[in-house]
Write a protein that binds this ligand. Structure first.
Ligand code: GLU
Length: 290
């Protein structure tokens, strides 16, 4: 076995803030203390929101913080064929189906069925997809696709879970509520997740799992906001026959009102802090690593 491999995987859809700094610094620190490698991955599959100037700013901000990473950097938009191959594998298992409803249509379907009590929601609070498109006939699917209708490719979660008994992961950090050690995975809480769209052959869940395996990442250090997503990631790893990394979810850095930072939170952005005279040591202190 080689040295442990870590990665920091930002999306270039805004400037990095204190929360990113904490995550990147923890990854760097773990790599240093274990004699491991630190990779940087640019998660830019969402072409509508990602910008080259944000990517350039990521390199500049991380270097300013004193973080060192290996090159070349993997940029997801350059590897769509890898994700398509994984999607094809899941399709060949009969686990993927096209769903044509827009978000508004899903909301309408859910509202119409809410009579018997609240409709189940995923860990991020979105209503679960009601699964209507699963029962479309093959000819109806073909007709809709041929008509040029937009669609999402969804994972048939019930069928997928039947292929992956006793799913769990090794949590080295801490989930919400203090979960650690061997954590049982509950991918069914997410329902039929989207794996790809008509115009994008991948999704966050699919590409993160494919890349972590291709890059040999052995310990995933990331924020607690992705703790529950780990259930889906473990499921995809098992379905695709990929190795199991360890996970270390870390606390989130919040603003003065206790809210999670967002890319638009100007005053906690690394650039704004730097412009106001904060030093890299000051950033470390602010995130509790000083
Ligand atoms: N690209 C994701 C983000 O910026 C992080 C993905 C991950 O660490 O798994 O939130």
């Amino acid at each position: 076995m080689g040295p442990p491999v870590f990665r920091f995987a930002p999306s270039p859809n805004g400037h990095l803030h204190l929360g990113h700094a904490y995550s990147a610094l923890l990854n760097f620190q773990r790599a240093r203390e274990t004699g491991g490698r630190l990779l940087l991955r640019i998660e830019d599959i969402d072409a509508t929101r990602c910008r080259p100037e944000f990517e350039a700013a990521i390199y500049e901000d991380l270097a300013w913080l004193g973080i060192e990473w290996e090159t070349p950097v993997r940029r997801q938009s350059e590897h769509l064929a890898d994700y398509r191959a994984a999607l094809d594998k899941l399709s060949a298992l009969g686990l993927v189906y096209p769903a044509f409803e827009s978000r508004a249509e899903i909301a309408r379907l859910v509202a119409a069925r809410q009579g018997d009590g609240p409709w189940p929601r995923d860990p991020d609070g979105a209503p679960l997809y009601p699964g209507d498109a699963k029962s479309l006939s093959a000819s109806e699917r073909d007709r809709l696709i041929a008509s040029g209708a937009p669609y999402a490719l969804r994972l048939d979660m019930a069928a997928a879970c039947r292929r992956a008994d006793g799913l769990a992961w090794n949590e080295l950090g801490e989930g919400p509520g203090g979960a650690c050690g061997v954590v049982p995975a509950r991918p069914e809480a997410w329902g039929d997740v989207i794996l790809a769209r008509k115009e994008t052959p991948t999704s966050y869940h699919l590409s993160v799992v494919v890349d972590d395996a291709l890059q040999g990442v052995s310990e995933i250090v990331r924020g607690q906001d992705l703790f529950h997503a780990t259930s889906v990631h473990r499921l995809l790893q098992v379905l695709l026959g990929l190795p199991e990394p360890a996970y270390r979810h870390h606390r989130l850095i919040c603003d003065g009102e206790g809210r999670k930072l967002s890319k638009s939170s100007g005053s906690t952005g690394l650039r704004a802090l730097r412009a106001a005279g904060t030093t890299p040591a000051g950033i470390r202190q602010q995130v509790g690593l000083g």
